[in-house]
Design a protein around this ligand. Sequence first.
Ligand code: ADP
Ligand code: MG
Length: 624
Amino acid sequence: MSDIIKLLPDAVANQIAAGEVIQRPASAVKELLENAIDAGADTISLIIKDAGKALIQVVDNGFGMSETDARLSFERHATSKIKSAEDLFNLDTKGFRGEALASIAAIAQVELKTRVEGNDLGTQIIIEGSQVKEQELCSCAKGTSFSIKNLFFNVPARRNFLKSNPVEIKHIIEEFQRVAMVHADISFSMYNNGNEVFNLNKGSFRQRIIGIFGEKTNQKLVPVEENTDIVSIDGFVGKPEFAKKTRGEQYFFVNDRFIKNSYLNHAVNNAFDQLLSKDQHPSYFLKLKIDPVKIDINIHPTKTEIKFEDERSIYAIIRTAVKQALGKHNIAPTLDFEQESTFNVPLMRSTDSIKAPTIKVNKDYNPFETKTVSPGSRTSSDWNKDKKSKENWDSLYSDFEKDTNDILEHQIENEENQQVISPDWNAEETPVYEKADKQTLIQLHTKFILAQLKSGSLIIDQERAHTRILFETYIQNFANGQGVTQQLLFPETIDFTTADAELINELQVEIKQLGFDFEKMGKSSFVVSGVPVELKEQNVKKIIEGLLEQFKMNESELKLKRHENLAISMARSASIKSGKKLSYEEMKVLVDELFSCEMPYSLPNGKPTTITLNLEDLNQQFDY
Ligand code: ADP
Ligand code: MG
């Protein structure tokens, strides 16, 4: 048999590699922004058209490229950032793989203009699907401008796979925020379809956070500072009263690189323990500095995950630092944040900075091991109890696993949502609900309602029941073209994050059909003057944020129709939650409304809203 193995042409190899590095417009944004930072720029602009599908342009005033470098930059494994394998363990740049530009050029039409200081003329290169179409001298500003047009123009399957514009722009804004937040010494601006989305001046980390999330953030931030041999921490956590129902504002940066790490996330949550209810998530913006030798950022192609050599100590240090910060700011006066006897983490003060660190951290020390506690240090017995239950890693891990299970369960639930299943019930067996009286409606565990049927008992899940009722109402509103609006006595001005404001713009017709009445005011504020009549006096901002959050989740994970998605998202956001105590009248209305629904027995995803306890079965179980 003749030889059959051949080397792939570069263009094909690059296209394959691109699949890994560039998944969507936001990935290209991240690579270009990071290159601009590595080039020493102090002013960087991002220009987006059509959610990055038509254009992604990044302009920087960094050191630019020579003519040869400009051409070489598109070659795979061409990088100026590392020379040998050892350099991998001592990285101080964002990039190092030399794949991003080669990948982008394989799947888009790219125009590069770049000039180094001292040269009169710069270089312009146009490259399409890895083919250089044009290379010439040009006059341009010092620095570099990359324009990426028609991403995935030659990979239709990928292009079709892109999500709707609101979802893609949300990803782009997220990447922009992650990069801009931690580089407060660089000015960043972003434009979307000609509108300014961000204009961030140089300043402190606090000013940058405020620039991104709005003026009101200022009062919410509690500084966190800690300096140990293993890691130094600098940044902020949000005061507990501003905690969110969604995991939005949670940022870890390691050596100025955004990372995700559920284990360290747990450390922050753990420090907030007792201050937040189960469904709240703390905001945090924490910059960690760690000796690059002690981390490995090379395990994920898009580099948001990293490995730490000493993860457990870092966990304990973060947890202690956040606890101390909350305690110091009198947010948790009863919290136990005394120096833990052998695990000594000093606070960093300006005068300390000149001293060589004297604190040695015992790497084998387990801060959660049972230990003697200095007398008088605990003032809250609850805290004491809870702390005990966390005093070993086993129980800590079981909590952690629970968190992960929650996430998994959530994912599974979402996957299940993909097919809209009709519940498996048979009309003949449909239980007959007797009109209720005070004796026959009982709330159980502030979660379920027990109702009596002719043929037994019915247990109703209050949250799901209300979600079903609202879902049908909103679907009806869309069918009629308009929901019923209750005008607010005092219109409310609500500030949203930039990403949410963009989404509201995109969905404004539909949101109004749900029954909201609002007008845009300023860049990301809206004046809400009317709400769907079902909402009554609930917190409007929370409801809208919940609606958007659900919508985004459904949009990126499921393929629901827009109306269905909005109806179920709004229903989920506005429904009565479990944990709410209901009066008899409230229960009665809820149950009556449920049974006038078209499909009272389940949610659109097939999950039951009610279960029945058959009288015969009950009798049998009691051995009658
Ligand atoms: P990496 O960043 O991993 O080195 P890239 O493919 O992103 O790989 O970039 C290749 C090379 O092109 C970089 O190493 C750098 O020398 C050069 N380069 C890319 N973008 C810029 C820029 N904005 N300014 C100056 N040089 C750049
Ligand atoms: Mg790069």
